[in-house]
Design a binder for this molecule. Structure first.
Ligand code: SAM
Length: 293
């Protein structure tokens, strides 16, 4: 990895590169990654502005704030980035490992186009639905789900009851957060299913580092790449905070978010949290068995 640029941030097991993943991914060695888990730009100009401030403005709760565009988020650029991601994943992934790619759920048929590209380049395994609960953006068919495409893989730590719909509340970002921050539990779900402790997770569109936070909590190594320095900075802050899984403040925040939704709660939310806590314990046992202690 000698030609790689100097990392923006490093701590044991975690590296962040600030830069364009089109320049950095080609420098990573073949078959060096155990899971590519990412959330690329979806190609709809962050819903033509800032999702949350547009929403609040639409509900008469103040004027729309300044738009916070996401780099590479025009339809043409996002499509180019995602094809590049799949092609690089083919080279970078270890035998039997997979790519999990978030791809939205709005009016653009990205999920259909990207599924076919995934199938062509990596082989397609599943489209997992993230049910975000109460109503989101849009006027006709308000958006309350996104999907995550999973490529063919032999890595499977799930059971016979692992579903392909998961229910977790969305993050309602404030002005200091990434405008499309994903829940740590969403990333933890895929990391746990498709990698083992100590393995390497790659997120080439890292944003504010949610994949890296989840990987750290689950004892995986991780590399994140992000083109915007301000998001690298947030990721570093999040990683530097002591990462205690599901500390009370985080739980409280999520409950507050739940109350924003008008349509009931998320019956699976507590269950999923408990499952992730159990996984952390199971992983620790596996690790200690592996080291013969
Ligand atoms: C949808 S956001 C990811 C948000 C992230 N999941 C989180 O929880 O914070 C996509 C990110 O990709 C970054 N990006 C866009 N083009 C990029 C490129 N060529 N190389 C690296 N990062 C890029 C954007 O700046 C944006 O932060």
């Amino acid at each position: 990895m000698s030609n790689l640029p100097k990392p923006y941030y490093e701590e044991p097991g975690i590296v962040i590169y600030h830069g364009d993943c089109r320049e950095i991914l080609p420098l990573l060695p073949d078959k060096s990654v155990d899971l590519a888990l990412t959330d690329p730009p979806y190609g709809h100009n962050n819903n033509n502005g800032d999702l949350i401030s547009n929403w609040e403005a639409a509900l008469g709760e103040g004027p729309a704030g300044p738009p916070r565009p996401i780099p590479g988020d025009s339809a043409a650029e996002a499509n180019e980035l995602v094809r590049f991601l799949f092609e690089q994943s083919k080279r970078l992934l270890n035998q039997g490992c997979c790519c999990c790619c978030c791809c939205g759920g709005g009016p653009d048929p990205q999920f259909a186009r990207w599924s076919l590209w995934m199938d062509e380049i990596l082989g397609f395994k599943m489209c997992v639905i993230w049910d975000k609960g109460g109503l989101g953006m849009g006027w006709h068919y308000r958006r309350n789900w996104e999907c995550v495409l999973v490529s063919k893989t032999k890595k499977w730590n799930g059971g016979l009851t692992t579903p392909n719909v998961i229910r977790l509340p969305r993050i309602i970002p404030n002005a200091t957060q990434h405008p499309t921050e994903k829940p740590v539990e969403l990333k933890a779900f895929f990391i746990r299913l498709h990698s083992d402790p100590g393995e390497l997770v790659l997120d080439p569109f890292m944003g504010s580092g949610t994949t890296l936070v989840a990987a750290k909590q689950l004892g995986r190594r991780a590399i994140g790449i992000e083109i915007e320095e301000k998001y690298c900075r947030i990721a570093v802050e999040r990683l530097r905070q002591e990462v205690l899984p599901f500390e009370p403040s985080q739980e409280k925040l999520e409950l507050e978010q739940l109350s924003i939704f008008q349509q009931g709660g998320h019956p699976d939310q507590e269950g999923l949290k408990r499952a992730i806590e159990d996984w952390i314990v199971e992983d620790a046992i596996k690790e200690s068995e592996r080291h013969g202690s």
